[in-house]
Design a protein around this ligand. Structure first.
Ligand code: GLC
Length: 733
């Protein structure tokens, strides 16, 4: 009897579990461990379902006119991802519903998009953000971008872009954080934390994507997509650290670049994609190719056809194929031919499913639908946008205290093609930013100087061309004004992707306009909006003051007007060097020293660049004093504290970013002339002071890295450099 009861109990239990199994497969159980859920799902998937997960199609086209997205395909409910260019969450939810309910296993789609420096609230371009040296504010802007994106139906952004760039002919210099690896690493961390928040499964957080992995900015001659010759030592010293920082910060995804890395393209490079990213750094998310970069392996001459391209990319470590359908077309054959194993397919799909589960997409596949006025451009977002824009602007020159504009001036000439612009002022990759949202510079000035001064506007000329008919009107405006403010710059498509230029000078007509305005014999303030450093060797001499405002985005008007009026005290410092001229490229602060430092420079221009990395003026003055070290001699295992006292010796409150560099004058390999290893920005009231401290960890901050990524800390003399002042110390055995 007992045995019968036991048998009945066992049978009933099995039925319940299998019944629950049919009703609620493990992978749908949000309380089960993610890895168990993945394995359960993988075990249920067909090869076709697995391979479809490894593909991203476009839904509309991205913000880059150079990549005209194929007209939207009928979305397969099995597709892994969509590059989603719509602002309608309900549309996303409809598509997601297809995936959840019309497919056998109900695997959610991950929706991605290029939210690079804002989604609808547009922040300054990333190159500008770096000049703020304010990682908290950058993180905040990414949080806002994530919320606007999430509420528009996105789970994923193809950002931050971490290409350390030193050739301003390359248009994509606008998308990164400048010429320094350490700075780029810090902004990588800020961006990943901003986008991903504390938990990817939380609402309003989106997966980050570190791009373009790796060495893309060395595209020869600054010509986009071209061959990049990267020494392994340079790869480890300069280009990999920001990606490592982003991975350590928890970035869910990585995007492989278009560029060739010294013979092995980034999208087929097993060393970078697997040995470093997966095996050394233990990244457990996935890699997506860049737009068609799998197919491009054929053009790069490393694959005879798309099938071989797909095989090479997959085996190197690219898990998802962006828009060129190579994987979906050829992986089935490659598996059937035994050239790609099911084990490898499973590992790739495992990584994609892991990110989808971390995002909580299985439990929450849909996003909330809220009204546009509750989704975009909230007042607190615009406040952050104005603050970040103003803190990113760099006062390059200010002779005779021309700025801020004196209250004595009652007539201001507002000249130039950028003054009333609402399109180019947002920069490239403007996401879903709209010109009608932008407060133009002129609108900002009208508000700022209302009842204080009269504005006399004249466009003067277009951004380019040779129509000088507007010069006379501009000169008239200048002649009846106390000061002439000229707003010049670049069109947004002169930088960004495929935005390479053989010269970084502004078109001659813009320079000629300034020459013409000199006839008015009034102070000239030059305000430049660009996506790159500009060639200012001629213009700089003509102006009493020069401000680089970059491409400040939605709140351009208030930010620029605040800087010009003094409501914002400029605190930006260059994150990239301004060469004298295009011909001086590449020139960057952390070059190696020449064999003959005083020789070998171009004979026809000054030896130094026009403005070095780290340059930026303020309306107040800061005195650096009492630089001291906690010791002048430490062992390798000990730490060292450097500190400096900064006094705001002027009469205007301000924020000061202190940049700390180290120098190793003699080492087994040559070292850069100096290397940024820490920075900090603080608000200091007029007349007050602040102490800035740099806690030096010798292995982290003083070592050099070899061609294999191994760090070496050598005994010997070192320097800490702050505000051009050097203080020496020793590392002893
Ligand atoms: C582009 C860009 C990349 C972008 C991708 C998707 O070609 O290189 O930065 O994220 O396509 O739009």
């Amino acid at each position: 009897m007992k045995r019968n009861i036991l048998t009945i109990i066992l049978l009933v239990t099995c039925n319940i579990s299998s019944f629950s199994q049919t009703r609620q497969p493990l992978y749908k159980d949000k309380n089960a461990p993610i890895e168990d859920r993945i394995e359960n799902l993988l075990g249920l998937m067909t090869l076709d379902e697995k391979i479809k997960q490894m593909n991203q199609w476009t839904y509309g086209q991205n913000a880059n006119p150079n990549n005209i997205g194929d007209k939207m395909k009928a979305v397969s409910p099995l597709i892994g991802s969509l590059l989603y260019r719509s602002t309608h969450p309900e549309y996303r939810n409809q598509i997601q519903k297809k995936a959840m309910e019309e497919s056998r296993l109900g695997i959610p789609i991950i929706f991605g998009f290029d939210c690079i420096h804002g989604y609808r609230t547009i922040f300054p371009i990333s190159l500008a953000q770096a000049c703020s040296w304010n990682t908290d504010l950058v993180k905040k802007s990414c949080e806002i971008s994530a919320k606007e994106s999430w509420l528009s139906g996105l789970d994923w952004t193809f950002s931050p872009m971490l290409d350390v760039a030193r050739d301003a002919r390359w248009g994509r210099v606008s998308e990164g954080y400048g010429e320094d690896s350490y700075a780029t690493s810090q902004f990588a961390i800020a961006a990943v934390n901003g986008y991903q928040g504390a938990n990817l499964a939380d609402k309003y957080t989106i997966a980050a994507c570190l791009k373009h992995y790796v060495g893309y900015s060395l595209s020869e001659g600054g010509r986009d997509y071209h061959y990049s010759d990267v020494s392994m030592q340079t790869l480890w010293e300069t280009f990999l650290p920001p990606f490592e920082a982003g991975i350590k910060a928890g970035a869910a995804t990585v995007m492989s670049g278009f560029n060739d890395i010294s013979g092995v393209p980034a999208s087929a490079n097993h060393y970078t994609l697997t040995e470093i990213l997966k095996e050394k750094w233990n990244h457990d998310g996935f890699v997506i190719s860049d737009w068609g970069s799998v197919r491009n392996l054929v053009e790069q001459g490393v694959a005879k056809d798309k099938k071989e391209a797909g095989m090479k990319s997959f085996l190197a470590g690219v898990e998802m194929d962006m828009v060129d359908d190579v994987y979906v077309d050829y992986l089935p054959e490659l598996v059937a031919e035994g050239k790609i194993s099911m084990t490898a397919i499973d590992e790739a799909v495992r990584r994609i499913l892991r990110v989808k589960m971390q995002l909580g997409l299985f439990e929450n596949p849909y996003v909330d639908v809220v009204s546009e006025e509750n989704r975009y451009l909230l007042p607190e977002y615009l406040e952050v946008a104005e603050q970040l824009a103003s803190e990113s602007m760099v006062l390059l020159k200010n002779d005779n205290q021309t700025l801020p504009i004196s209250s004595k001036y009652k007539n201001l000439a507002i000249i130039g093609p950028m003054a009333k612009d609402s399109i180019n002022i947002m920069g490239s990759w403007e996401g879903m930013g709209r010109p009608e949202d932008v407060e133009t510079i002129y609108e900002g000035l009208e508000k700022e100087f209302k009842n204080k001064a009269d504005l006399h506007y004249a466009k003067g000329c277009d951004f380019d061309g040779d129509d000088r008919n507007g010069f006379s009107e501009a000169l008239k405006a200048a002649e009846k004004s106390d000061v002439v403010i000229v707003f010049l710059g670049e069109k947004k498509n002169w930088s960004g992707e495929n935005g390479s230029r053989s010269s970084i000078a502004l078109p001659k007509i813009q320079e000629d306009l300034v020459e013409e305005l000199l006839k008015a014999k009034k102070p000239i303030i030059l305000v430049l909006s660009s996506g790159r450093p500009l060639e200012l060797i001629r213009l700089n001499k003509l102006a009493d003051a020069v401000v680089e405002i970059w491409q400040p985005g939605t709140m351009a008007g208030s930010a620029v007007a605040g800087i010009l009026s003094g409501r914002h005290n400029p605190s930006g410092k260059l994150s990239i060097t301004f060469p004298q001229s295009t011909g001086q490229i590449p020139i960057y602060y952390n070059m190696r020293e020449s064999a003959r430092p005083t020789l070998g420079h171009y004979q026809d221009i000054p030896r130094d660049p026009l403005y070095w990395f780290g340059h930026g003026l303020s309306y107040t003055t800061y005195e650096y004093s009492n630089i001291k070290l906690s010791s002048t001699q430490i062992k390798r295992s000990e730490t060292l504290t450097a500190e400096v006292e900064v006094t705001n010796s002027g009469d205007i409150d301000g924020k000061e970013a202190v940049l700390w560099f180290i120098k190793d004058p003699v080492a087994t390999i040559s070292r850069p002339m100096k290397e940024l290893q820490f920075f900090d920005k603080k608000f200091i009231k007029a007349g007050e002071k602040a102490i800035y401290r740099f806690e030096i960890d010798p292995m982290r901050d003083l070592s050099y890295v070899d061609s294999f990524g191994k760090k070496h800390l050598e005994a010997g003399d070192y320097f800490v450099i702050v505000n051009e002042q050097k203080i020496s110390f020793q590392i002893i055995d």
